[in-house]
Ligand binder design. Structure first.
Ligand code: IVH
Length: 681
């Protein structure tokens, strides 16, 4: 046997064992034996580089580091699925009714055949096989264009580098989800923690983050899995007539296809599938956030077509947020920037909704009273998606006999000042103001934050050190700090100290809106700060304005006006503002008049936008700046006053609310069109 033949033989052998091990979870040989085969192939390829092929299993281990990802245009766009948020059985009935209506079926027609499967929670990927060999892998991107991540995808052991068939299609694009199993996630994190390395936030980020790394060794080091769920471009292959048969065929090609799937007829079996899977959801080896129903006949899928990137023939039927029980170990009090005391439940660590939860905010005293949460209680904790964990309710039957009712302390746990709670407020506050180190720290953290003065490198830990060490009391002190004071801090290297000083220096050039926002005046968020800056044009005019003048500004009502006046009435605050100006903090006064005038009557002028989701080619901040420059406004929440919701991928509750209120929803392309019009005018 010559080298070429031996290489072929070894590859076939290794491929078989990869499939047995990664996909079937049934290895036929020991790790040692496998390693021996693998090393023999590696040695052979090293000695004869002409024998190396793209589909060789030796190519899975990760290679050179890329400068960036190339773009790939999807010949067949990668669609998303409409989400049915009604988590009850009626979600399935609503979908079936829509399908029947679209297909113009009457009551006498037989039930529609559906393929039901799981909705995996990872990263969508397009695998392109030419003549049976994996030649490229790309992310979904905006559906039209994705990123080429072949080197990373090759490292996923479950993905065959060559299809198992004698007669491969000329071209077949397989679509599916790269995900991380819960066990793999936990094991990876346990090792990372032991090694003092960075841990993954949750399995989904673990999967998505690994594939978006420029260094494929990183993906190779992470335990990733894959399930195929559909097709993209196909050439030279007789496509089966149903979706379920397509998945069977993919499975025969050695692609992993999830066994939790079914072919069902009519809505009731779909609802039963949803309920059955729901009951077993917590014990599945990976996270899902719903099930997917697809019209099974591909001909009917074509007939149904799609609306705005979502096929009419598929729906994702969600589950309610995951809930688990755990114990309240204690109730801590956190003191915020404005002195608000927030009770936080310290919980026995529990894995729910994809992350380990160790604490949950209890919001305020009334909330604790209402739910009657006590230390020692067993509580139901809920966490959905990226939402912060919530204590849903107490299980009273599990309450220890001596559990005492919660009482808000009368004195600030940090500085000992009196705690006050005004009659019409739910929040109790420390009256210590900036005397209270907790408030001082929070005020500084806010001041330095990205959207305020944007001082890179001044994080929570450092602020803590600076305040505790007495180096910094007010934001103005930051600008007086020298290298010496900094390097005397624990764990502060010369290099980081000078970087920080450079960042502080850089932050001196700012905008009026950022500066106002950075001051951390109660109830003055980013939007209000921007409105104030635009309306008054100069800080002195804002500081001098009385409540009536302040209320001329959009969105400024009596409460905000009063907060502004209270801020100005405190000599200490004005002193800090003066010190900051004296230290050299500057912004262009009255910068708005120049830009707002010409666009006054543009399409965007005066229009209220809300942004949500990931936009394909710009960040939300960039979009916000464009709206601003064109004379529009970007608000944080959707209301009846919203003119447009600019929505990107993974838009959530804002989109729902916009649809409910009948607010126009636009995508980035439409937004760019509007901007183009705005510029022409
Ligand atoms: S089919 C026709 N099937 O959900 C729609 N997608 O918004 C094409 N997903 O990005 C997708 N499990 O990554 C399909 N069984 C499944 C899925 C699934 C998860 C993801 C997919 C896509 C998103 C849809």
């Amino acid at each position: 046997m010559n080298g070429r033949e031996r290489a072929l033989e070894l590859r076939a052998e290794i491929e078989k064992h990869d499939h047995q091990y990664y996909v079937l979870d049934a290895p036929l040989i020991s790790d040692d034996e496998y390693d021996r085969l693998f090393r023999e192939l590696q040695a052979l390829e090293q000695a004869h580089p002409e024998l190396l092929t793209a589909d060789s299993p030796t190519q899975r281990v990760g290679g050179k580091v890329l400068d960036g990802f190339a773009s790939v245009r999807h010949v067949v766009p990668m669609l998303s699925i409409r989400t049915e948020t009604d988590t009850t059985a009626s979600g399935a009935f609503a979908f079936d009714a829509r399908v029947r209506r679209e297909l113009k079926l009457s009551e006498d027609d037989p039930p529609v055949e559906y393929a039901a499967e799981l909705k995996f929670d990872g990263l969508a990927i397009n695998l392109r096989y030419e003549d049976g060999v994996l030649v490229s892998a790309a992310t979904r991107g905006d559906g039209e264009t994705g990123e080429e991540v072949t080197a990373n995808v090759r490292t996923v052991g479950q993905i065959p580098l060559r299809l198992r068939t004698e007669e491969p299609p000329v071209v077949i694009e397989v679509r599916g989800e790269i995900y991380m199993k819960r066990d793999d996630f936990l094991r990876f994190n346990a090792r990372a923690e032991a090694a003092g390395k960075k841990m993954l936030v949750n399995p989904r980020n673990g999967a998505a983050g690994s594939i978006r790394q420029l260094d494929s060794h990183i993906a190779a080091s992470r335990p990733l899995s894959f399930y195929a769920y559909g097709l993209g471009e196909v050439k030279g292959w007789k496509v089966p007539v149903t979706h379920s048969a397509v998945l069977d065929a993919l499975s025969n090609f050695a692609l992993p296809v999830c066994a939790e799937r079914a072919v069902l007829h009519g809505p009731q079996p779909l609802a039963d599938f949803h309920r059955r899977i729901g009951e077993r959801r917590a014990s599945l080896p990976f996270d899902i956030d719903g099930v997917v129903y697809k019209v099974n006949a591909l001909a009917l899928q074509t007939q149904l077509g799609f609306v705005s990137r979502e096929p009419r023939w598929a729906v994702a039927h969600k589950y309610p947020a995951e809930e688990t029980n755990t114990e309240v170990l204690g109730i801590d009090i956190q003191v915020g920037r404005t002195g608000a005391l927030t009770p936080v439940a310290r919980l026995a660590p529990i894995f729910v909704g994809g992350v380990t939860v160790t604490n949950a905010t209890l919001h305020n005293e009334d909330e604790i009273r209402r739910k009657d949460i006590r230390v020692g209680d067993t509580v139901v904790v809920r966490r959905a998606g990226d939402v912060i964990p919530e204590v849903v309710r107490v299980l009273p039957e599990k309450r220890p006999i001596m559990a005492a009712e919660f009482v808000m302390p009368g004195f600030c746990p940090i500085c000992g000042s009196h705690v006050v709670r005004s009659e019409n407020e739910t929040v109790a506050r420390c009256s210590g103001g900036l005397f209270c180190p907790a408030q001082r720290k929070q005020a500084l953290i806010h001041f330095a934050s990205r959207r305020a003065m944007d001082i890179e490198g001044l994080g929570d830990k450092l602020v803590e050190q600076l305040v505790d060490g007495g180096v910094v009391r007010t934001p103005a002190d930051l600008y007086k700090m020298g290298l010496l004071a900094l390097v005397s801090l624990e764990r502060m290297a010369d290099k980081s100290a000078s970087n920080l000083l450079a960042a502080i220096e850089k932050s001196k050039q700012t905008t009026l809106a950022r500066f106002i926002y950075a001051l951390g005046i109660r109830n003055v968020g980013e939007t209000t700060a921007r409105d104030l800056a635009r309306h008054f044009g100069s800080l002195d005019r804002i500081l001098a304005a009385d409540e009536d003048a302040l209320m001329q500004v959009d969105d400024v009502g009596p409460v905000v006006a009063q907060c502004l006046r209270e801020f100005c009435a405190e000599p200490h605050n004005l002193e800090v503002v003066e010190q900051l100006r004296a230290a050299g903090v500057v912004w262009a006064e009255n910068p708005v008049e120049k830009t707002t005038q010409p666009v006054e009557d543009s399409v965007l002028a005066g229009k209220v936008f809300v942004l949500t989701g990931t936009l394909p080619s710009m960040t939300r901040d960039e979009a916000r700046a464009m709206i601003d420059a064109a004379g529009g406004r970007a608000n944080a929440t959707v209301s009846k006053k919203t003119d447009y919701l600019l929505a990107g991928a993974e838009a959530g509750s804002k989109l729902e609310k916009a649809l409910k209120l009948g607010v126009a929803v636009i995508d980035e392309a439409q937004f760019r069109l509007m901007l183009g019009q705005a510029q022409e005018e």
